[in-house]
Every structure is written in structure tokens, then in C-alpha cells.
Design a protein around this ligand. Sequence first.
Ligand SMILES: NC(=O)c1ccc[n+]([C@@H]2O[C@H](COP(=O)([O-])OP(=O)(O)OC[C@H]3O[C@@H](n4cnc5c(N)ncnc54)[C@H](O)[C@@H]3O)[C@@H](O)[C@H]2O)c1
Length: 439
Amino acid sequence: MNTLVIGGAGYIGSHVVLALLEAGHRVRVFDNLSTGREENLQQEAEFFRGDIMDPAGLQAAMEEPFGAATGGEQAAGGRGAGAAAAGPTGAGAAGSAGSAGNSRTSAQHSGAPAAGATPAGGRGAEDGGTGTQAVIHLAALKAAGESMEKPGEYARQNIMGTVNILEAMAAAGTKLMVFSSSAAVYGNPEYLPIDEEHPAEPENFYGFTKLEIERILAWYLRLKGIRYAALRYFNAAGYDPAGRITGLERQPQNLLPVIMECAAGRRREVQIFGNDYDTPDGTGVRDYVHVSDLAAAHLSALELIAGSGPQAAGSGVGNRPQAAGSRPESDGETSPGTLANPSDAGRSAGEGETESLTLNLGSGKGFSVMEVLEAARRISGRPIPARVTGRRPGDPAKLMAASARAREILGWSPRCSDLDTLVETTWRVYKAANPAGSG
Ligand SMILES: NC(=O)c1ccc[n+]([C@@H]2O[C@H](COP(=O)([O-])OP(=O)(O)OC[C@H]3O[C@@H](n4cnc5c(N)ncnc54)[C@H](O)[C@@H]3O)[C@@H](O)[C@H]2O)c1
């Protein structure tokens, strides 16, 4: 399938790109490199540098035939470019939408499909053309604390940016969207583990933007026939076990990269926010899910809404995007809010057709801050100084996902989300990036 991965140079997106390429999909990355990294880009994937706040650039990246570019980075809009020198080198480059003419010189990003890749779902968008058939949307501002200080910026980038993408999809006839949602939609847990029926009452503006986007997705399903999977990640951690992703997260706020920065000598100490919680060792417990497991779930979710997933197999329905504006009889007068209701996760348009999914992605296991720290000390052999400071307001003692629905609907189960694999795969990357680190 021709898949546009928006935010594909980022931490999670780059792992999703790997999974797609491995499965034989054609991949185009669209990213402004604000937090993403060029070194995360794969040679087999096309790269369009652009911003989701630029509708013309998005449109160009959506509609440009896959495989038309012959090399180099494509600047897909007014804000694009800046990585190195030289203009877009691909034939029919999306830079026509406003290339600033300064992209990378090398043909590192060949624009050709992966070696041996077979497009997995026809040749193009709805009509068998060569444009984008599916979008995986990971681009967002994601710092919960910052979102409370800059709600306007978060609303613009996250909510309006997503509307821009959906509009470009509608115009191009692209009918499949996998969206990076977040456990932040739930707010403070009323019970554990958190399943998809748990009330969604975000504690921060970031979580609010994700919930609003889920509701907007339900409307675009109804109005434009765009099927979607909203995947509510818990704490993403780890790196590609095969070592193919090496870009460190910029200004990380999550526990494991912070610990790793400390182990690698890039940071002085780890702050432990509270050790008097009602948990076995007093420190907060969180659900960590390996990025490669997350990536695998994206693939399964995409296949399911495309009609080629495990539940569709044998149904004879296949990949048949629903016509714009049409809704199945069974939806009746159901409001879009109801469509977005997690109880509709795996909602079917007909036998074998799934038109929307809302799923938790977590390992279902919790590790405390101290457990992660101790594992990191053991695996890295570094002392990793840590200091206990006060609790942060709004931090619950424990957060764990119920992931039964993803297991059941996607046939997904985390394979790399044990603590040692999470830490080892991350440490390998941080150690390589800081060979002369402390210790
Ligand atoms: N990391 C986690 O634990 C976690 C948990 C829950 C949800 N999420 C969600 O997953 C997604 C990916 O997160 P990540 O950790 O990989 O973050 P990341 O910052 O590494 O990736 C985001 C990518 O989007 C790009 N981007 C940002 N704004 C853009 C814009 N306006 N136009 C084009 N590209 C833009 C960035 O350059 C980056 O490559 C985000 O939507 C985030 O909210 C992450």
C-alpha cells in the first residue's frame, strides 16, 4: 500500500516506517524535522520535508505519484527544506508546491520502493492510481506540561494540523488513517488497568487535543468516508532491536531516555518525582510498550481498516474503502460522538469490514521508576545518580493499560516490552552516541 507517514522521522514514526517497509509497503515520510531526525530516515522511503500547517505542501505530498521521485529530499511546502544544499532532485517533485530549493544533495532517499517490495493493496488511492492510499499520522506537539502553557499552539498544531491532513486526504480520495492517540485522553485513572471504556477526562491540554482529534476522525468517517484507527499509546520506550534507528530523542521527558542521558553522561542526575506513592517501592508505576511492538500494531490496524487484516481474511470483502458520504445502515442516526465511543472499537461496516478502531496499546505490565532505574544501572554498568524530589501535581501512582482489545481485535501481543529489552535496546543507542560518556 502507498503509505504516507506524517511524523515518520520521529522516534515512533521511524519505527513504524521500518515495519511498513518490511511488510512490503511503499512509504513516503512527511516531516518538518522539528523534533524528528534525518538520520532516522530510511533509504527505501521517500522523504518530503513539509509542515502539516501548510495545506498546499500536504496536498502535494498526498497526491504526488509514489515512485515518481528519483532521489533526494523533496521540499513539500513553504516551510520545507534546510537540511543541506541543492534543490529537489526527484522528477515531478512536490517542491513545486513551494520548494525553497535547499534539500539534501545525496540520492540517499531514492524514492524507489523497498527492494523486493510489492505494493500490498492496489496501485493508488481510491481509484487504483499511484497516490497515497493510507496515512499514518504521528506528527504532534506532545509535552503535556507545555500544553498547559501554550494551549493555542497545541490546538493549532495538533487539532488544526490534523484537520489539514484530513482535508488533503478527502481531496485526494485517501480513505485510511491510523492516528497516534495517547493514554493522556483518560486523565487520572478511576480504576486499573485502564480499558477503552474508562472515562476520557484529560488532565492536560495535550490529552484534550488527542481526544478532540478522535472525535473529529469520527466526523470525517461519517462525512468523507475516511476509515480510521486511533491508537492510544501508553509509554513508548526502547529502540529497534536490530539497531537500525539511531536518532536520539530531542529534549526527552520520558523516564527511560532521561535515565539513558544520565548513564551516557549527557545529564547530571535523574529526578524521581515522589517515593511515597502507594506502590511496592513508593515510586510511580507506568506501562511501557516497546516502539517495535507499537509499530507492529500500526501495521495490523492499517490492514484491518483496509479490509485485509486477520478479521477480514476469508470474508471476501477485501480492500473496499467506503464511498464518501455514505454510512452503513446500522449507523442510523448515531452521532459521531457515539462512533468515537471506545465501545465501538472494531466497529464493522459489514462482515469483514472495519471502519473505525479505538484501541489502547500498552504492555499491560507496570514498572516502577526504581525498577527501571535499577535495570538501567545493571545493564549499562553506570552508576546513574538519582535524587528524590517532590511529587508532580496530577501524577497518578500507577497507570496501566488493559490491552485485551488490541490483542483480540488485532491479534497483537507485545514481544519486546519486557524491561530488559526496553532498557538494552535503548542503552545500545545512547552508548553508541556517547562513547566517551561518564563511568
Ligand atoms: N512517545 C510516547 O510515549 C507517546 C505516547 C503517546 C502518544 N504519543 C504520540 O505519538 C506521536 C509520535 O510521538 P514521538 O514520541 O515519536 O514524537 P517525536 O517528536 O519524536 O515525533 C513527532 C514527529 O512529527 C514531526 N512533526 C512535528 N510537528 C510537525 C508538523 N507541524 N509538521 C510536520 N511534521 C511535524 C516531528 O519532526 C517528529 O519527526 C505523537 O503524536 C505523540 O503525541 C507518543
